[in-house]
Ligand binder design. Sequence first.
Ligand code: EPZ
Length: 423
Amino acid sequence: MDKINIEGGQRLKGTVQISGAKNAVLPILAAVLLTDEKCVIKNVPPLRDCITMLKILKELGVKSHWCEAERQITIEPRRYTNHVAPYRLVSMMRASFCVLGPLIGKLKRAQVSLPGGCIIGPRPVDLHIKGIKALGVDVKIDHGYIFADGKNLRGGQVYLGGAFGSSVLATANVMTAAVMAKGKTIIENAACEPEIIDLAEFLIKMGAKIKGHRTHTMEIEGVKKLGGAVHAVIPDRIEAGTYMIAAAVTNGDVTIKNVIPEHMGAVIDKLQQAGIKIIRSADSIRVKGRVHLKPVDVTTLPYPGFPTDMQAQMMSLMSITEGISVITEKIYPDRFMHISELNRMGAEIMLEGASAIVKGVKSLSGAPVMASDLRASAALVLAGLVAKGKTEISRVYHLDRGYERVEEKLSALGARIWREKEK
Ligand code: EPZ
């Protein structure tokens, strides 16, 4: 296993290029299962989660060719017939569950392992099930699997909101089943995260009839057949936000390229409130840090609110911002595993229900810490960049699921960061 070492204290300067969005590419790769024709997906980041998704496609009988140099995956699904996504693979990555909708749409049946527990809290799939049932699909849960019989698949109307708002991947599963259902489907309280819009754009290129995908009410008119498509996925707004905070936390001056600034509204707003200077252009954002930052309160919400996937990173920034800030998690109320590790580095953060009370300290001190999940790992990297002395982050396989060559990108900006094999 690898670990990442950081010698903190360097101001980051320069330019960083953002990769394609992990959370856009995964449902798009799954959606390829809807056609027999060739699809080419571009701007694919070389991440562990993408490899896992290709393994699942292979298990289902679908071959792919990944040209990493061109960041491009070519897939020719042909006539695959396997409809079983096994526990062995689904347990490696929750997003695997988004093969459910495409399998129902194309093969009219699916057997997909239920994803089970997750370090960021309970992650039920009731909305996915409610959604596909509304399309006439017969669903049974047995031996840890969902068995979906879609021989009566047809359009329907479904409200996809839960206690914590709309669901991103439930929306993806219902959309991908509905595009090949007979008749019209209306999804109310559909997620409208940029990654869902990107999935809709890909499906439309394949021949799907989708309207309203930029709003919370989506209308889908089912079609008999979908064709191949060529599609470049959107840039990763969470990777971009993480580098924005890397610039802010080190009082640096970094230009983040290949971003869609409109996707970053809530993060830009909070950083500006904290006193960070942000200069936007059409596809880049320049972030200039400040010595004296102001504390800001943050509440995570579905898009266009502040993303839960940026909560941990924002907490690292607030932990060295003098004053008190309150960070409230409204999507995953238990997503706070990073607090105890940040406190080991000298932060003063207290958990009160689903809110973290952050009392900013003058400085953090480097320490050996452990990554618990993807975004918590990113928060530890950010803390390490500004901490005095050396930080050693173990279990970085979490980081490798969602950040491409993080140590290379940060080194190029002037950070002292390197990877080594854990003994
Ligand atoms: C997606 O997960 C992302 N994953 C997550 O990214 C992200 O944190 C999350 O959306 C929220 O933005 C991918 O896109 C692959 P949800 P998803 O269903 O779709 C509740 C990362 O670090 N809910 O939108 O699984 C749920 O518990 C990650 O990249 C139900 O109650 O999340 C949560 O409170 C991790 N019932 C809320 O809805 C359901 O059936 C939103 O979750 C489904 C969800």
